[in-house]
Design a protein around this ligand. Structure first.
Ligand code: AMP
Length: 404
């Protein structure tokens, strides 16, 4: 692993200090109940470290997308309750429609070392997403030091993820979760053990243009699957029926293929495909499928998964890999008849003797749904953030943190 340049929670001497921790508590909630608390659980190591170190911990996060200020259904109250259970410790929920109103200030004033307070949803303040100075200053005023542990929000320059650091008097650092993301994703892209194989899938080329460009530069082999494969196929003159295609990215795909050739890198696209007449509706409905060679998808059919020969080809390419980054499913994995390609690749990646990184979004859902999550070296917690990282962008929520 490369050494992380940013100051970490490990480097803070937080005893008796008020530490504001930006977490990612943006959990799914249905009928007032949390349906998946992974993100809360993921924040615990940093919080526990601060409790053990005798800090006074003030947690903040956004939840959902409240449009016009406070809305009960976006209150962080339920998160506070779950936090109490998971930490086995009282967490004071400082309910305040303005996030830092009298109630929150009073609770903060009365804190003892080791106490934990949770502030209300930062997006109850309209300035939050505009990175407005007034709210950034207010956040900075209630703390001595600041920690960002919200990787899922690190690609956004908001008050609580970035702006606040301009006004914090003491130290700024990243938490354990953020540190892990930086080490795995950053290392894979910047300093991978080779061969480095990147797998990209999912729906559209257009959504992942910069990821393709950046990863082609950095990796040794780039494997393409999912809907985006058909734009590549079309670019190479193939017959793709009515498969998903980004017409205005055909030229881009041709250029990428040419670039791969010049760089002496392998850019693999499917050689056979599982096809059907239509996209399944609903997505998991039974459908009639068959397998055809690439470039020969008949009119009236669309490619919805990689075929068996392609799975073998991709498995071979993954066999010697020492670093694997995967973003995006190989097919419409939500349908059991179209999940085989993604399943086979997930199984192969899980069994590889390599650093294996699943880069957010639907690939995480696929790997989890198919039961391979605990076999991977790292599963990124941030969808958009991990994509931007793989694009080679500097994420504002990381950039603003002090270097060691
Ligand atoms: P993304 O969010 O870009 O990673 O895309 C994930 C979605 O792509 C999943 O919901 C898949 O069902 C879908 N997908 C994968 N392969 C195909 C395909 N061949 N045609 C259409 N959609 C696909």
């Amino acid at each position: 692993m490369s050494k992380m340049q940013k100051k970490s929670v490990e480097d803070l001497n937080a005893k008796g200090r008020k530490v504001l921790v930006r977490c990612d508590f943006n959990v799914p909630i249905k009928d007032g109940r949390i349906t998946n608390d992974k993100r809360i659980a993921a924040a615990l190591p940093t919080i526990q470290k601060l409790i053990d170190g005798g800090a006074r911990i003030i947690l903040c996060s956004h939840l959902g997308k409240p449009k016009n200020g406070p809305e009960d259904k976006f209150s962080l109250g339920v998160v506070g309750e779950r936090l109490c259970e998971l930490l086995g410790k009282n967490v004071i929920f400082a309910k305040d429609d303005t996030v830092i109103g009298d109630n929150a200030k009073k609770a903060i004033n009365e804190m003892q070392d080791g106490d934990v307070i949770l502030l209300e949803n930062t997006r109850f303040r309209a300035e939050e997403t505009k990175n407005g100075e007034a709210f950034s200053r207010e956040l900075a005023e209630i703390c001595d030091d600041y920690i960002n542990d919200a990787f899922g929000s690190a690609h956004r320059a908001h008050c609580s993820t970035a702006g606040v650091t301009e006004f914090v008097k003491g130290e700024t650092a990243v938490g354990y979760l953020m540190e892990k993301e930086i080490e795995f994703l950053g290392n894979a892209v910047e300093n991978p053990e080779r061969p480095f194989v990147a797998i990209l899938g999912g729906a559209k080329v257009a959504d992942k243009l910069n990821v393709i460009t950046n990863l082609l530069d950095k990796c040794d082999t780039l494997i393409i699957g999912g809907g985006m494969a058909y734009t590549f196929m079309k670019a190479l003159g193939g017959k793709i029926g009515h498969s998903l295609v980004d017409e205005d990215k055909v030229e881009y795909c041709r250029e990428m293929k040419e670039k791969a050739g010049k760089l002496g890198k392998a850019l693999l696209i499917p050689i056979d495909n599982v096809v059907a007449r239509d996209f399944p509706n609903p997505i998991d409905a039974p459908i009639e499928i068959e397998t055809v060679h690439s470039n020969e998808i008949p009119d009236g059919y669309m490619g919805l998964d990689i075929g068996e020969e392609t799975r073998e080809l991709y498995k071979k390419a993954l066999g010697t890999a020492k670093t694997i980054v995967w973003n995006g499913p190989m097919g419409v994995f939500e349908n059991p008849q179209l999940a085989a390609g993604t399943l086979e690749i997930a199984k192969t990646v899980a069994e590889c003797d390599a650093v294996t990184i699943i880069g957010g979004g639907d690939s995480v859902a696929a790997v989890t749904q198919l039961g391979f999550a605990d076999k991977m070296s790292h599963i990124s917690t941030g969808g958009g953030a991990s994509l931007e990282y793989l694009e080679g962008k500097t994420l504002p929520g990381i950039q603003v943190i002090q270097d060691k």
